[in-house]
Design a protein around this ligand. Structure first.
Ligand SMILES: Cc1cc2nc3c(=O)[nH]c(=O)nc-3n(C[C@H](O)[C@H](O)[C@H](O)COP(=O)(O)OP(=O)(O)OC[C@H]3O[C@@H](n4cnc5c(N)ncnc54)[C@H](O)[C@@H]3O)c2cc1C
Length: 458
């Protein structure tokens, strides 16, 4: 099989030495098994050739972007072919008039916005990992990000896809196609429905004016209630993020972003639009924050200061690394009005298991990301973090939320999918997967619970 792949792609595009394979076992969450081979295609035709060889040998194929995924989506099973899109990182076409761009899947999310900035355009979905994660991975997970509160997640920005299917054939979809919305169905497929070889994306015009405010609170409940009150007043900021005291001190120690270290929580709020609307927006949000007991209110006065405040937020997970040998990021959603309750439950679950937590999250979406600190060399702490994570999942469901806001299901949450879906719910999804992946070679053992096919899901 390796010889056939080498014949098709060239020796420099096929890795099979043990030390090369070892680094492809992981993503941002999990450790998989050692793949049999890693291929680095340059073109759609290369991907087709890989898929044909995989089919002939009956070997599973796992698509991989940057491997920043947090649910074990890009981890391989033993002997699988990993398809890394690292070399397919070109912007293929840019249509400024229609604000559209066609990119290869390995383009890094932030590189796209940086490249089109000279046309006063940007690509709106901005995961906190945007300095490394790729468009292919974002499409695979339907990634979100702080600014998705106003602009929508990845699925709202994908106009069309070119996909290599399980037979090594290419098909394309576009949201303007009549009939079924296949583009929508494929986004969030986690590599189980085909490999995206290029994508047409919507670009967004930069707003005339951007304001960023940092609001400090003496307790978490007041910050959470402010979030609900802002949205209930009909104001939709472009981003509405919350960080607790643990995250604030971790970020300040490393990045000196300018967050108040005496606050129990801060809200990082951004609004964008026409200059004349911004004054009113600022007045309204400031009044709501004051009514909910805000301790302080700070408006960033320059682009530099805005960038510093955002760098702190987007680097929070890295900053926590200075406080703990390991951390586990949970990803659940709850209705926004249940945020105070959910945050108390997170604290209780983590404390009851003898651990510590920092909370940094997309508060406007009710999308919690508790970062639970532990030491993976300590078996007790490993068991405790699993237990705390499970308790947080079940609490989110009990509050009317769900088990993933944006990171996906992957291998991490496949067995817990049965907590939110019955086998009757899963059956249409499995049948959709079978249409695109009848052979089961595309990223097997992901998303669906083991035994789901036999209606064994409780
Ligand atoms: C510090 C940190 C912060 C993060 N913040 C956020 C955040 O704010 N919002 C958010 O949504 N996520 C966040 N993430 C999670 C992660 O960055 C996203 O899920 C991202 O979309 C993964 O992109 P990737 O290129 O690393 O993909 P990978 O991890 O390599 O792959 C992710 C999934 O997509 C599939 N895939 C990859 N390429 C293709 C392709 N070409 N065709 C089909 N399927 C493909 C893979 O098989 C896998 O199932 C964060 C992660 C970290 C480490």
């Amino acid at each position: 099989m390796i010889q056939r792949l080498t014949d098709a792609l060239g020796a420099d595009s096929v890795l099979h030495a043990p030390e090369d394979l070892a680094v492809y076992r992981f993503d941002g969450y999990a450790t998989g098994a050692t793949p049999g081979v890693v291929v680095l295609p340059r073109t759609t035709r290369d991907i087709c050739a890989v898929m044909k060889v995989a089919k002939e040998f009956g070997v599973p194929v796992v698509a991989r972007g940057a491997g920043t995924g947090l649910c074990g989506g890009a981890t391989p099973g033993l002997g699988a072919i990993v398809v890394s899109f690292a070399r397919m990182n070109r912007i293929l076409e840019l249509d400024i008039a229609r604000r559209r761009v066609r990119v290869q899947p390995g383009v890094v999310n932030l590189d796209l916005s940086t490249d089109v900035a000279r046309h006063r355009l940007f690509y709106a979905p901005d995961p906190a990992s945007q300095r490394s994660c790729t468009i292919g991975g974002n499409i695979g997970t339907n990634a979100g990000g702080p600014h998705c509160l106003a602009y929508g997640t990845t699925t709202s920005h994908v106009l069309g896809l070119e996909v290599v299917d399980e037979h090594g054939e290419v098909f394309t979809t576009h949201i303007d196609d009549i009939g079924y919305d296949l583009t929508g169905a494929l986004v969030g497929g986690e590599g189980t429905l085909g490999m995206v070889s290029s994508a047409w994306l919507r670009l967004t015009r930069m707003p005339q004016s951007v304001r960023v405010w940092l609001v400090a609170f003496g307790d978490i409940d007041s910050a959470s209630e402010t979030v609900s009150a802002i949205l209930a007043a009909g104001i939709v900021p472009t981003a509405l993020e919350m960080m607790d005291a643990t995250i604030i001190s971790a970020v300040e120690a490393v990045y000196h972003a300018g967050y108040p270290t005496d606050a129990a929580a801060v809200l990082l709020i951004e609004s964008a639009g026409f200059e004349e609307d911004m004054e009113r927006c600022q007045t309204d949000i400031a009044r709501i924050a004051r009514d909910h007991g805000a301790l302080s209110w700070h408006a960033a006065s320059s682009q530099r200061e805005r960038d510093a405040l955002w760098l702190g937020r987007k680097s929070a997970a890295g900053a926590i690394g200075s406080m703990t040998p390991n951390y586990y990021i949970q990803d659940v959603t709850v209705p926004r009005t249940k945020l105070p309750h959910a945050l108390r439950a997170v604290e209780e679950a983590v404390r009851a298991n003898g651990l510590r937590v920092g909370n940094v999250f997309h508060a406007g979406d009710g999308n919690l990301h508790p970062l639970i600190m532990y030491d993976k060399r300590n078996a007790y702490e490993v068991a405790a973090v699993v237990e705390a994570g499970t308790q947080i999942l079940t609490t989110a469901i009990a509050l009317g939320g769900t088990i993933s806001g944006e990171h996906g299901i992957g291998s991490e949450k496949r067995e817990t999918l049965g907590l939110v879906y019955s086998s009757d719910d899963l059956d249409p999804m499995l049948r959709l997967r079978d249409v695109f992946n009848a052979s089961g070679l595309l990223n097997p053992e992901k998303i669906f619970p083991s035994g789901a096919r036999c209606a064994e899901v409780r």
